[in-house]
Ligand binder design. Structure first.
Ligand SMILES: *Cc1c(COP(=O)(O)O)cnc(C)c1O
Length: 388
């Protein structure tokens, strides 16, 4: 019997090494990895630049307290703000911590402005913001919250895409709207650009803050550094995590000057957040992602992938209902059972992961080669043909 608390239904396979877009299992088989640790291994497995950064930094300094200045942190924060709407960055270790920091920053902003009653956050059905208590009840997925009451108060939820319900939900107690720019766990639901522009407009009109959760879709996954870049809007607060660490635990919350105003020394903290080793990895990931042409290539490869999948949709009309996503955040909505189909693809040595709405998610590393995408397409084609 396993000594690990049984919070996962684990597949009976383990890996001894990874290289690029491939994982090598202990059973001797080689798998094309389109899970990427769930949008985490942005540079693929064991990228030489990232490995070198870890080796180099770990020989010098791994951890010091945030009671001291940390130059590697300053460097990463500068690069993130230079390439985004943000003026400041606070570092944490995971996505849930980053979304919780976002909620705290929004509430504190209005508190310090003398409006403590403005503390409620509007969220959307089908959202996912992490597994800590506030993040759980923010998303309000019954499968996740069941048994973990009492509920954390302060969230008002509206159906995804329901403009009227959203307008109605905004009251003088609303502090912010929080939504993923592309809903990941919820089934790769892309918010159209015009709706993002609309969200920004509503927030301006009602004088509330816009939090865009880019933990999954951020840091190049969508083909732009941030998925909201497609809509050319500027949010107020943006939690990121997954891709920025490339596999090393690292989260951050990006914030503009206005929204940052409530946060003073002592208002937030993290023992591990922003340690020199994590920062060196984050900087190494950005070295690659911010290289000229890198994101264009992600966008191009993502488009190629989607175009090929749409061809399969026409070929297997009775099995594929929809192909969606942006860049290399791709979802296929199936009419056949997504779990069983994932199992079948696994037998054909392609790894992918499910999402809500009977969707399978395909999240290749951002360094994936066109040949590898073609190989994945062939496996998906074969699997669809074989699937009964
Ligand atoms: C994964 C995810 C989180 C939570 O991240 P953890 O690192 O698992 O805490 C939050 N928001 C979104 C959109 C995510 O995809």
């Amino acid at each position: 019997m396993s000594a690990i608390l049984g919070t996962y239904n684990r597949k009976k396979i383990s890996f001894k090494k990874g290289k690029g877009a491939y994982l090598y299992a202990h059973n001797g088989k080689k798998y094309l990895d389109f899970v990427s640790g769930i949008a985490v291994n942005s540079l693929g497995h064991c990228h030489s630049h990232m490995v070198r950064a870890i080796q180099k930094q770990s020989k010098k300094l791994i951890h010091v307290s945030n009671a001291f200045e940390i130059p590697e942190q300053e460097k990463l924060a500068k690069r993130l703000t230079k390439n985004s709407f943000a003026d400041f960055v606070v570092f944490v270790n995971s996505g849930a911590e980053a979304t919780e920091a976002s909620i705290k920053i929004a509430r504190k902003y209005f508190f310090e402005k003398g409006m403590p009653e403005k503390n409620r956050i509007i969220t959307f059905k089908g959202a996912f913001h992490g597994r800590t208590l506030a993040a759980l009840f923010a998303a309000n997925n019954k499968d996740h919250t069941k048994g973990f009451g009492p509920r954390v108060e302060g969230f008002d939820q509206v159906p995804f895409g329901d403009h009227e319900a959203l307008n109605k939900a905004i009251t003088n107690k609303t502090a912010a709207i929080m939504v993923e720019t592309i809903l990941g766990e919820g089934g790769i639901k892309v918010i159209p650009n015009e709706c993002l522009v609309g969200l920004r407009k509503i927030c301006d009109e009602k004088k509330i803050l816009l939090i865009l959760d880019e933990v999954q879709c951020g840091i190049g996954r969508s083909g732009k550094l941030f998925a909201f870049d497609y809509a050319k809007i500027k949010p107020d607060i943006v939690p990121i995590a997954k891709g920025i660490g490339g596999g090393f635990p690292l989260g951050a919350c990006l914030v503009n000057k206005k929204a940052s105003e409530g946060m003073k020394p002592g208002t937030h903290g993290s023992t591990f957040g922003g340690n020199p080793l994590a920062m060196s990895v984050g900087n190494a990931v950005l070295d690659i992602i911010l290289k000229k042409g890198f994101l264009k290539n992600v966008e191009r490869n993502g488009q190629f992938f989607k175009d090929e999948l749409v061809k399969l949709k026409h070929k297997y009309k009775n099995k594929i209902l929809d192909v969606r996503g942006k860049g290399l955040l791709v979802g296929i909505k199936l009419s056949i059972n997504n779990n069983k189909f994932l199992e079948h693809m696994f037998k054909n040595k392609l790894l992918a992961v499910k999402a809500a709405d009977n969707v399978i998610r395909l999240l290749p590393p951002l360094i994936v080669k066109k040949e590898e995408i073609k190989k994945a397409i062939n496996i998906i084609d074969k699997s669809l043909k074989e699937f009964k």
